[in-house]
Write a new protein. Structure first.
Length: 174
């Protein structure tokens, strides 16, 4: 009977430890005093490569290697009379100069912020690449763009992660 009680206590402590380790490894989040947003990263392979500063609010992450997945977060201003599709069109005009550029279809997107997703494909150094841009509207004149790029097959493989990051993207509470 005495060994049974000890085994139960040991099993309970081990279970709490394993649960805590699993929760710590499950996701990590991004937050910085230099930007007004937060988001969660669903995998430990996402590593920050560019940190925001007081002069530049750009944030960048890579998923293992830059060609496996690269994330850039940018804030764009929407003109007072502008609409989101106009901003997407402007971004597409810049991308058209990529080698073998092929525009994909836009999709509606909703998470903490709603907006649209713009997909495209291109070729870099003879390798098929793709991009998936999330345009998330944050107020009347602010749009955050989460720009994911990488090898076409690799970006498709982590699409559930890119969607999860975009769904978790939120403006900090003041």
């Amino acid at each position: 009977m005495r060994n049974y009680g000890f085994a139960m206590i040991f099993a309970l402590i081990a279970g709490l430890f394993v649960t805590g380790v699993a929760a710590a490894q499950g996701s990590n989040s991004f937050s910085s005093p230099n930007v007004d947003y937060v988001f969660s990263l669903p995998d430990q392979r996402w590593k920050q490569t560019v940190k925001p500063s007081s002069t530049a609010s750009n944030v960048e992450y890579v998923y293992g290697d830059r060609t496996d997945g690269h994330l850039e977060v940018r804030r764009l201003k929407l003109p007072p009379s502008g609409i989101l599709s106009d901003l997407i069109k402007e971004e597409e005009e810049k991308l058209q100069f990529l080698q073998s550029f092929i525009a994909g279809k836009n999709e509606q997107f909703s998470g903490s912020l709603s907006g649209e997703v713009y997909n495209y494909e291109y070729v870099r150094s003879g390798r098929p690449m793709s991009g998936r841009f999330y345009f998330l509207k944050a107020g009347d004149n602010s749009v955050y763009v989460l720009r994911f790029t990488g090898f076409r097959d690799n970006l498709r493989t982590i699409r559930n992660q890119t969607d999860a990051i975009a769904r978790s993207f939120a403006i900090k509470k003041k």
